[in-house]
Design a protein around this ligand. Structure first.
Ligand code: HAM
Length: 430
């Protein structure tokens, strides 16, 4: 019979191995700490939602809803979708859980996988992870400024390098229609150069032309009027308010009047964190204000503002997060088969006392075992051979200094004493 073939992962879906996972953990822990200081609590959301949640919130004519969602009919025919983003889910939960009544000015953060059927490339996957934060119930510039301040503090805390914050205002219900009309006029004047999708967008949602990926459209749209020129008085004042507070706190940012977001729910503040060395997929994170979204999802007229960072891209701009991994404090090396039981007993006692302990299988030469301990980058090796079992004294070898420390280590001491003496040997006394 032929050997069974291996089964590859689905295209655009990847594994996160322990080394990368360790760095992600550091990024997630830092988020919990920094966001916690700003009063955010974590919300854990399902990855599956009803399709209509996204169709109604992200916009029917966005790339995500038109062609990138993993949608399917459940066995009872309910239309379901693997979430392409989490803001819509946060708003659904805010309404459904009663937070809208009990804590209308909720501050929530989340982390987890999102799914978009985009063309995979470096930094772009079909399953990717986000860390995000949402402030509901606040429409004052202070809410936006505080959120952005938290974002830059977080980026600094994880050692993100070469990133910049870009800011814009995309207007609101009052000035957006004026801008939309200006864009339509511009589009009509350049019709022959625009792709078929943009012809359609021109009538249904001209703002989406700004987001077109086709090169010829991008060239044309680079000359299109910008939202910032059409802002109403209230939007202008809001933007000025956000900027003044950012400047007061010394937050560095650049205004980018061409910044548009790929989702329809934004109004007023829109921003992105751009990574200089990331190539084509250079947005480490993005977000903005979404004052009409809660109402569009059937709730009261509650404003909101938030952001999400892509964890894969964040890990690229913050490569030192998590530091160097530590090897185990000690590796136990049983030389003989009869040392296996005592070796496990010793490892258990040390682990119960908080040490990171490795354990090698018996049956190899001392040299081979020491090589294995070195490979694991252990600080100490505890050798258990016939003689050690007879005298009840372990031989501890300091792998950095290559010294045997036989006298200090009685196998009959308590786990706490053993752990303390190993810690003393490596100079890490608590
Ligand atoms: P977004 O700009 O669509 O916003 O995504 C945020 C971040 O997720 C991006 O900047 C990027 O780092 C990462 N990302 C997006 N797609 C992919 C992909 N295919 N592969 C890898 N990373 C990706 C949102 O999702 C909004 N919900 C953000 C928000 C929160 N706005 C208000 N509140």
């Amino acid at each position: 019979m032929p050997a069974p073939r291996t089964i590859p992962a689905v295209k655009g879906f990847r594994d996160v191995l322990p080394e990368e996972s360790r760095r992600w953990q550091a990024l997630e822990e830092a988020a919990g700490q920094v966001f916690g200081r700003f009063g955010f609590g974590e919300i854990r959301l399902p990855v599956l939602e009803r399709t209509e949640l996204f169709a109604r919130s992200l916009g029917e004519t966005t790339d995500i809803v038109e062609k990138e969602m993993y949608s399917f009919a459940d066995r009872d025919e309910t239309g379901l979708t693997l979430r392409p983003e989490a803001t819509a889910g946060v708003v659904r939960a805010y309404l459904e859980s009663g937070l809208a009544q009990s804590d209308p000015a909720a501050r929530l953060f989340y982390r987890g996988p999102m799914f978009r059927r985009e063309r995979p490339q470096r930094g772009r996957y079909r399953q990717f992870y986000q860390i995000g934060a949402e402030v509901l119930g606040r429409d004052d510039p202070l809410a936006d400024a505080e959120l952005l301040l938290m974002l830059v503090r977080y980026l600094a805390a994880v050692g993100a390098r070469d990133t910049r914050l870009e800011l814009n205002s995309v207007g609101d219900r009052t000035c957006r229609p004026v801008y939309r009309e200006r864009l339509r006029e511009f589009g009509r004047a350049h019709l022959e150069g625009l792709c078929a999708d943009c012809h359609r967008r021109l009538e249904r949602n001209p703002l989406r032309m700004l987001d077109c990926k086709v090169e010829s459209c991008r060239e044309i749209m680079a000359r299109a009027p910008v939202a910032a020129e059409s802002l109403c008085e209230a939007c202008r004042a809001h933007l000025d308010g956000v900027r003044a507070l950012l400047e007061q706190e010394g937050v560095t940012y650049t205004m980018n009047v061409r910044l548009v977001r790929g989702l329809d729910y934004y109004c007023r503040t829109a921003f992105e964190v751009v990574g200089a060395g990331l190539g084509a997929q250079n947005a480490v994170g993005g977000g903005g204000r979404y004052d009409g979204l809660v109402a569009a999802l059937g709730g009261p007229d509650v404003p909101g503002v938030g952001f999400a960072l892509g964890l894969e891209r964040l890990a690229m701009v913050a490569p030192d997060a998590g530091g160097e991994p530590d090897g185990p404090t000690a590796v136990i090396l049983p030389l003989e088969p009869q040392a296996v039981g005592p070796a496990l007993a010793l490892a258990t006692r040390l682990r119960d006392n908080g040490l990171v302990v490795g354990l090698e299988p018996a049956g190899r030469s001392l040299k081979a075992l020491l090589r294995a301990a070195d490979r694991r980058r252990a600080r100490l090796a505890v050798i258990l051979g016939e003689e050690e079992l007879r005298t009840r004294r372990g031989t501890v070898r300091d792998l950095t200094r290559h010294e045997d420390r036989r006298e200090a280590f009685s196998l009959d001491a308590s786990g706490a004493e053993l752990a303390r003496s190993l810690r003393t040997m490596i100079g890490a006394v608590e």
